[in-house]
Structure formats: C-alpha cells, structure tokens
Design a protein around this ligand. Structure first.
Ligand SMILES: Nc1ncnc2c1ncn2[C@@H]1O[C@H](COP(=O)(O)OP(=O)(O)OP(=O)(O)O)[C@@H](O)[C@H]1O
Length: 251
C-alpha cells in the first residue's frame, strides 16, 4: 500500500537526522529562504528519493546534509556525527571517509581508467581497498570487462556506473546522488537505478537521491516531497502513479 501522508512516520534506525534546518541565501531584500525548518530522518539501508518543484530546496538540503554547504541554523547528524558542528578540516574528512557522491555529470578523471577512478578516493585517503567488496561492487554494477577502459572509451551509462562504484566502494555511511540519471537515456538510467536498488538490498548501502523523475523515484523505498523549503509529506513504497498523485496534491 502506498499513500501520500503529510505527517512523517517514525524512522527507527536513521543514518541521517535533520533538526529544524534552515538555510537562507543573500541579505536584506534579496534574502531567499531556501530551507525553512526541515525536520527529517533518513533510514539506514534504505533508498530515499527527494522530490519537489524546481527551487523547492532539494539540492540545498542535500548539500547541507553532506556538509558541502553550511546551514544558517539547525542540526544535521550523519551516523551520529554532528555535521553542523564541524570545522572545515573535519568536513573534508567526513566527505572523504563517510559519504559517497554521485553527480549528474559523472565527474570522472579522464586520464585514469575505470579501476583507477573507482579506487581514487581511497588512494587519496591512503586507505586500502577491501578487495572482496571491490569485486562485489564491480560485479553488481556490471563493469567487469571495462575496468581498464578510460572514460572516453565508455558510454555515458558505463561512466555513471563507474561513478556509482566509486561512491560505493568505500562502504560510506550514506551515498548522495543528485539527479544521477539526468544525462542518461532510459535504458542506461534504468541500469543505474537497478544498481542503486541492488546496493541497498544486497550491500545494505544507505542512498539518498534527488530526482525530478517519478519513474526514477518509484525505485525508492520512500519519497520525501519538498515545497518552498519545507517538507510537504512522504510516500512509502511508492509507485509512479502514487508519486504523480502526490505531486499533483502538493500543488
Ligand atoms: N548560492 C545561492 N545563492 C542564492 N540563492 C540560492 C543559492 N542556491 C540556491 N538558491 C535559491 O534557493 C532556493 C532553493 O534552491 P535549490 O537549488 O535547493 O532548489 P532545487 O529544488 O534543488 O531546484 P532544482 O530542481 O531547480 O535544482 C531557490 O530559490 C534558489 O534560487
């Protein structure tokens, strides 16, 4: 059963906790209230989609949670670590060691092959890669025979699969994906969504994805809908149709 509710159901084991998060941009008459007091818990080992109209605050919320942008007030905790209390050097370590990122534009290093791109964050951090986990991630993402290829020798979908593997291989507390299928055709998009789903179901990964696409959000366990910097409500076990209804209701 999937129905839109304005009150959020309790989340028993959250990996992310957001308390009264506010973010304003600009000053005086140009002040923009991008987040107007967000209270939200995101479940561990779940795929959560964040939706909402353009300008509703989706990217700002993701950036504030991931410590890419400072909050104006409120609290963010990732796996119990208070992101909003961290200094820049701590934020750098948090992003490097505990968070995975997947962007719309892949962001691979062109001179490195797929294997080197996947292991780059660990190499920079001086961490050794768990070979079993590397093999599982590469197998799940279906890149086995492409590991020695450079990005220019890969399709867009394959490049995004490399980016997904790079985000997952360190088993971060949470992976943030910002419109991960925005640059892909529908077949490649489905492969990425399938991979995100499998990484949650089989590797226990926690994933948060911002998307405009009801078809993409339908892969999630839960859809959280924003409007005007506030949470409008949520859907559990969404389908394309219940998402479309919820987005229409929210207007
Ligand atoms: N750096 C910034 N300076 C000023 N205003 C900003 C900045 N970043 C975002 N905003 C404003 O904050 C509000 C929320 O923006 P945000 O990008 O989070 O929305 P979004 O839901 O992700 O939109 P989209 O779906 O179009 O990407 C918008 O009004 C936007 O113009």
């Amino acid at each position: 059963m999937s129905a839109f509710t304005r009150t959020l159901a309790p989340v028993d084991d959250p990996v992310v906790v957001v308390r009264d998060l506010k973010k304003t941009f600009g000053l005086g008459t140009t002040l923009v209230h991008a987040l107007r007091g967000i209270d939200l818990k995101l479940g561990r080992g779940e795929l959560t989609a964040i939706m909402g109209p353009s300008g509703s605050g989706k990217s700002t919320l993701m950036h504030c949670i991931a410590g890419l942008e400072g909050a104006t007030s409120g609290q963010v905790l990732i796996d119990g670590k208070e992101v909003t209390a961290m200094k820049e050097s701590e934020l750098t370590r948090l992003r490097r060691d505990h968070i995975g990122f997947i962007f719309q534009s892949f962001n691979l290093v062109p001179t490195l092959n797929a294997r080197e791109n996947i292991t780059l964050p660990a190499t920079i951090a001086g961490r050794t890669i768990d070979q079993d986990h590397f093999d599982r991630v590469v197998e799940t993402v279906g890149l086995g025979d492409r590991l020695e290829h450079r990005p220019t020798e890969l399709s867009g979908g394959q490049q995004q699969r490399v980016a997904c593997a790079r985000a997952m291989v360190g088993s971060p507390d949470v992976v943030f994906a910002d419109e991960p299928t925005g640059n892909l055709d529908s077949t490649a998009a489905e492969q990425i969504l399938q991979f995100l789903r499998t990484s949650v179901d089989e590797l226990g990964q926690s994933v948060v994805m911002v998307t405009h696409e009801p078809d993409s959000a339908a892969w999630a366990d839960r859809v959280v809908i924003l409007r005007d910097g506030q949470i409008l409500g949520e859907l559990r076990n969404p389908t394309r149709d219940t998402i479309l209804d919820a987005l229409r209701d929210g207007k």
